[in-house]
Design a protein around this ligand. Structure first.
Ligand SMILES: Cc1cc2nc3c(=O)[nH]c(=O)nc-3n(C[C@H](O)[C@H](O)[C@H](O)COP(=O)(O)O)c2cc1C
Length: 209
């Protein structure tokens, strides 16, 4: 745990406007992690109950649109391809998704929250905090996986962690050692070329190398 504490101490040097440091993080280990995992795995297996729960606030756009829909699908099919899961194999997809809720068997689960009275600034800053956690973990030989999969179950998470009503779940994260023997950990995601997301604005006689 002292290593986790050190990672979080370092991560807290993330910049934040006015130094308000809006992030909060719940560290789950042992029985507390198992209890939350069991509750969420059971919920994941109960589509009727799960469908009644809504993300609060929603994480993605209400409907996917291009080019993001295709990027997301490409990643999904790359993962399923590695695992040998074919289109229509819903049971296997469901089981693979369920691995999120056991924190991919990592010994430590993290749940990040911010006060819902904040608007996008706090979420942006929490993202920088999250990135720092991931980098600080990597620097110490540990691996992470950020997980928005938790967000739809925020009411159950709130119950388990006794979150006050003003705390909103930003996302979860698994923290531990990635198993190099698992095929899914060999997945390397691609990135769009820089020119696809950069727009350079210059004066008429100026250029940027
Ligand atoms: C905020 C956030 C939420 C994510 N949620 C999940 C998730 O729920 N489950 C999962 O397996 N991966 C999740 N990911 C991992 C992304 O799919 C991954 O970062 C992306 O495909 C890029 O791959 P890379 O980080 O290996 O370069 C998440 C990443 C971020 C930053």
């Amino acid at each position: 745990m002292s290593q986790v504490r050190e990672i979080l101490e370092v991560a807290a040097y993330a910049p934040s406007g006015g130094n308000v440091q809006p992030w909060k993080v719940h560290v789950l280990v042992g029985a507390a992690k198992e209890r939350l995992s069991s509750a969420l795995c059971a919920l994941h297996d109960d589509p009727v109950r799960a469908a009644l729960l809504r993300e609060d606030p929603p994480y993605h756009a209400p409907e996917w649109f291009e080019p993001y829909r295709s990027r997301r699908r490409r990643l999904g099919w790359a993962l399923y391809g590695l695992l040998g899961i074919e289109r229509g194999e819903r049971e296997r997809m469901h089981s693979q998704h369920a691995r999120n809720y056991s924190f991919f068997d990592a010994p430590i689960g993290l749940i990040f929250t911010v006060d819902r009275r904040f608007q996008r600034g706090a979420w942006l800053e929490c993202g920088m905090f999250l990135q720092n956690v991931m980098l600080a973990a990597r620097a110490r030989g540990l691996d992470t996986c950020a997980q928005a999969a938790f967000n739809q179950f925020h009411t159950i998470i709130a119950e388990h962690l006794s979150l006050p009503s003003e705390e909103a779940v930003v996302c979860g994260m698994s923290l531990g050692h990635a198993d190099p023997g698992r095929i899914e950990n060999t997945l390397r995601s691609e990135r769009v070329p820089v020119d696809d997301f950069v727009h350079v604005h210059t004066g008429p006689d100026e250029s940027v190398a």
